[in-house]
Ligand binder design. Structure first.
Ligand code: NI
Length: 134
């Protein structure tokens, strides 16, 4: 098994806020991330696909195809958008790095050959990232 990674970046804003909780509790949990009008991040996304090398092409998967799948299903929808308001696949989801990462997995998993998506990693800052493996 060999693993290939495609890296993309996008800029997006969000607000961490649970509408089911009172204001004070949101502030206690999310602190400045609950700022009413949101704040932004430069996110780094890494998508890892696993497979065996095709003896004819020498590829696991054509990286051009992986790039297109990520662009069409994720980057075009989130780049320069507000994750709480503008993104169909984030509707009703609190846009923590954890939740965004899982949502991105579901956006692309069924666009790839079955069982090939290995991991989705999302860096929200230089120091924090989350990784989902389905
Ligand atoms: Ni944030």
């Amino acid at each position: 098994m060999i693993y290939i990674t495609r890296r993309e970046v996008f800029a997006a804003s969000h607000r961490l806020y649970n509408p089911d909780l009172p204001e004070e509790q949101n502030e206690a949990i999310y602190d400045k991330c609950a700022n009413k009008n949101g704040h932004g991040h430069n996110y780094i996304l890494e998508v890892v696909v696993a497979g065996e090398i095709d003896p004819v092409t020498g590829y696991v998967l054509d990286l051009k195809d992986l790039k297109r799948i990520i662009k069409d299903n994720v980057i075009k929808k989130v780049d320069h958008k507000h994750l709480n308001h503008d993104v169909d696949f984030m509707t009703g989801i609190i846009p923590t790095a954890e939740n965004i990462c899982v949502a991105i997995w579901h956006q692309i998993a069924d666009k790839l050959p079955s069982g090939r998506l290995y991991s989705v990693k999302l860096y929200e800052t230089e120091n924090n990232y989350v990784e989902y493996r389905g």
